[in-house]
Structure formats: C-alpha cells, structure tokens
Write a protein that binds this ligand. Structure first.
Ligand SMILES: Nc1ncnc2c1ncn2[C@@H]1O[C@H](COP(=O)(O)OP(=O)(O)O)[C@@H](O)[C@H]1O
Ligand SMILES: [Mg+2]
Length: 456
C-alpha cells in the first residue's frame, strides 16, 4: 500500500523533515533490495541501518524513517525522524492493519513448516481470493509489520508467518496483525533453548490461539500430541486436520513419487478431491491440510483449493531435489534443521527408491538446549532404523549422531566440519546414490549440497 510522508509522521508521531509530498510505494529495511519509490526504515540490529540511508536514497528511496537527523547531509531528502525506528515500524503496521480492516488475517506459527504452510495457504486461497502473504520467511518483529505494510489496499486475505524465539513474541505479533484465523503446524523442539523445552514452545505458540476472537477459527494438527492442550487455550472455533477418520479435514491414500512429490486424497465436509503437490516429503501432508482447511473455511471451492495447492511452491533449500549429470539424487534441505524436520528429512531419504545407496550428511541441530545429546542420538538411531546406508555426521554433535546409529548396519563417518563433509561425500558417492544434506543454518551445509550439484 502507499503511505505518504504525512501518514507516516502522524502514525509514528515523528517529525517530518524535507519535502512533505513524498509517498512510499513499498517499505523496506534492507537497502540492497530497495525498489525505487520505497520507504527505507533504518533499524538498529547487528548492523545500523542508519549507515545505509544514503545508499537507500541513491537506489531511489522516496523517504527514510530514521532516529538520526540527516537533513544537513541530505538536502532535498524526505525524512521522518523518530526516537525509535523499530517502534515506528510497529506504528506503521498498526496503520496498515487499520487500512485493511475488512481483510481476514491468517496467522501461522509452529516449530517447523511455517513458511511451507504460509505458501500453501496463499496458494490454496489464491485462485479465488486477493491474497497477500509474508515474503520469504519474514516472521519476526520487523517481518510481520513489513508483511502488513506490503499488503495492497484491496487485499481480502493476508497470510502472516509468525516466529518466536522468546516468550511473548507471538502475543506481540498478534497485537500487530490481529488475526481472525490461527494455524499451528505442530509443536517440536525448534528454539527450545530460549523457550524452555517443549512445554515452553507450546506456551509461546499458543499465544496465537489466545489472541483469536470468539468468532475466529483455529486450525490445529491432529497428529501433534500438544493439540488437545492448545485447543483449550482459545475462544475461537477449533478444527483439526490429520490422517485419522476423526479429523475435520483428512488425507487418505498418501503417496510419494520417485522425486518425493506428495499426493493424497483430501476428505472434508466440502467433499473429496485428489491433491498433488509440487512440495516434497510426507511431512507436507499436515501443512497442506491446514492450508486447505483455511481456504475451505474461507469459502474457496474445493476444486480451486486442490488446483491452488498443486501450484504452490516454497522457499529454496527446503527439500530441493536435484539429479546431477553424474546420476546422483541430491536433496538440499540445508536451510535449517530441528529434531522434527531432521526426522522428516531422514524418512524422506529412506523412502526414495534408488538403485544405489542412501547417504545422509547431517550437521548439528542448534538451539535445542539440554535435550541436544538425546535428540542427536535419536536422529542417528532413526537413520539406522529407517535403512540409511551411510551416515556422514558433521561437527560438534557428530559423535552423538554416531552413537545413535552404533550397532546397526549403517556405515558412519564422523567429520569435523563442512569442508571435511564435502571431501567425505565426494569420496563415497557413486552414480545411482541419493544424498540428503541437512543441518541448522549456521553450519552452512548448503555448500556441500551445492558443490555436489554444481550450483556453487
Ligand atoms: N510439518 C513438518 N514436520 C517436520 N518438518 C517439516 C514440516 N514442515 C516443514 N518441515 C521441514 O522443516 C524445515 C523448515 O521448513 P519451513 O517451511 O521453512 O518452516 P519454518 O518456516 O517453520 O522454519 C524444512 O526442512 C522442511 O522440510
Ligand atoms: Mg520460516
């Protein structure tokens, strides 16, 4: 939506400096991706956005929101000067939400699958509704405001990804987004360290449900054992999705093709339809059912939901599958890792029907606190139990992965870091093999996957 300099100054109680007729046609906090006409908000994070205000104007920014008065050094530029630019971004988000007050906001949180479910939900709605969704994984105190400000004025549904690192994060985001529909993908162990284990994770994710109005809707995963307790925390109507006959929106006849694309038959009160996804891995079933449930509840015809889901795509490095010229199938799932998503990825690798061996290159799952040793051993054990042939365990927790797989027929190699992992996999891999690469973001294992596929 367009925000004038005057709108922004009023919403943020800021001081408008320079030409007053400037209009921001979009909003960004990153000058590198700034589109001409955008407003630039100088946030103070790891780097200080104020160092990039000049760059933003050089790239065509229409105005900047800053906590520093630059008018002497930037004559002719429109500035909205505020005390706190993060607060200003929140203030602008409140303005944006009030501009689209008739739109339905769908909030999506959970331990894994937020981005995929956000993309699936936008796609399931998109054939018949004007939808705006969080760009990439914009899900924090900056990403949620930017999502709302990025919505066009005539939007009908805004799909907002919401992430939590600390208690209270989701409640704060819900104050900004005011969702009427809330989706929780499942409760796992991501960010367990800061949140206090799985109980703490459920506590913060459930803040979304507490924020829903009584005439709102909560969509929960019947396959997750935290769901009953979560359901009690909302005044909104609750529906459940899953694979059992008691779920409100169900998947039956779930199958994966040779490239891990998922298909199933969707059953619901709105009828039955075959669904084929472009997304990979069996763990996308619940994500897709949640997306379908939201769209069906918001009145999208079942056939449009199924057709929309088929077109859905999600961000890169999530179960990306590449067949190399040398005949190796590489699954790049190195965007991030957690116990739930690592288990899902290992199961997907195990389910692949390849002539050669199944090789899992697994790096550390970060931020899981006290449970870390046990969780790494559990993934090692799962790799052994599910029929992985070679486990290349990388970095700090490699010995725990190895301990979990010990005594099995899996051949385990432990290596110190990414470079050694690449050497090991290059030595091992042969035509006909499948290789999964999975670790937390900071381990940087995408370099291994991308070297194998020649993408780097
Ligand atoms: N329901 C799920 N259960 C387990 N793993 C999942 C699920 N959905 C997605 N994943 C995996 O979790 C990782 C992150 O997925 P993504 O959709 O980006 O979630 P988020 O936004 O919550 O980080 C990917 O490896 C993906 O394959
Ligand atoms: Mg995400």
């Amino acid at each position: 939506m367009d925000l004038t300099a005057g709108d922004i100054a009023a919403a943020t109680r800021g001081e408008l400096v320079g030409p007053t007729d400037a209009i921001a046609t979009s909003m960004t906090i990153d000058s590198r991706v700034l589109l001409p006409g955008a407003g630039f908000v100088a946030l103070r994070g790891e780097r200080d956005g104020h160092d990039f205000v000049a760059d933003a104007f050089a790239r065509g920014a229409s105005l900047a929101v800053t906590a520093v008065r630059f008018e002497a050094s930037m004559p002719g530029a429109t500035l909205v000067c505020v005390d706190d630019t993060m607060q200003a971004l929140t203030d602008m988000a409140h303005l944006a939400r009030s501009r689209v007050r008739d739109a339905t906001v769908v909030g999506i949180t959970g331990s894994a699958g937020k981005t995929a479910t956000k993309d699936l939900t936008a796609a399931a709605l998109g054939r018949t509704r004007r939808v705006h969704a969080s760009p990439s994984s914009f899900n924090n105190e900056a990403g949620v405001p930017l999502t709302l400000i990025g919505a066009p004025d005539d939007v009908e549904v805004v799909v907002v990804e919401m992430g939590a690192r600390f208690n209270g994060n989701i409640a704060d985001l819900a104050v900004i987004a005011q969702p009427q529909v809330g989706v929780i993908t499942h409760i796992g162990m991501a960010h367990a360290e800061h949140l206090g284990g799985r109980t703490g994770i459920a506590r913060v994710k459930g803040e979304l449900l507490e924020a829903l109005p009584a005439n709102g809707l909560a969509v929960l995963n019947a396959e997750c054992d935290a769901t009953d307790a979560l359901a009690r925390r909302t005044a909104a109507r609750v529906i459940r999705v899953g694979r059992s006959a008691t779920s409100d929106v169900r998947a039956v006849d779930v199958t994966l093709d040779g490239e891990l694309h998922l298909s199933f038959v969707l059953e619901s009160a709105w009828g039955t339809a075959p669904v084929v996804l472009g997304l990979r891995g069996e763990h996308q079933v619940e994500n897709a059912l949640e997306a379908a449930a939201v769209a069906l509840e918001l009145g999208v015809p079942l056939d449009d939901v199924a057709a929309g889901l088929a077109e859905a795509r999600t961000a890169t490095r999530r179960m990306d599958l590449v067949r190399t010229a040398g005949g190796v199938l590489v699954i790049n799932d190195a965007y991030n890792s957690s116990p739930t998503s690592a288990a899902a990825a290992v199961r997907s690798l195990a389910s692949l029907d390849v002539p050669g061996r199944r090789i899992a290159v697994l790096g550390e799952m970060l931020e899981i606190g006290d449970a870390s040793d046990a969780e790494h051993e559990a993934i090692g054990a799962l790799a052994a139990a599910s029929g992985i042939d070679v486990l290349i365990a990388v970095g700090r927790q490699s010995e725990r992965f190895a301990a979990g797989a010990s005594g099995s027929r899996v051949s385990v190699l432990t290596v110190a870091d990414r470079d050694e992992a690449l050497e090991a996999v290059m030595r091992e891999v042969q035509s006909g093999d499948a290789v999964l690469v999975k670790a937390s973001r900071a381990v940087g294992l995408e370099r291994v996957a991308e070297s194998l596929t020649g993408a780097s």
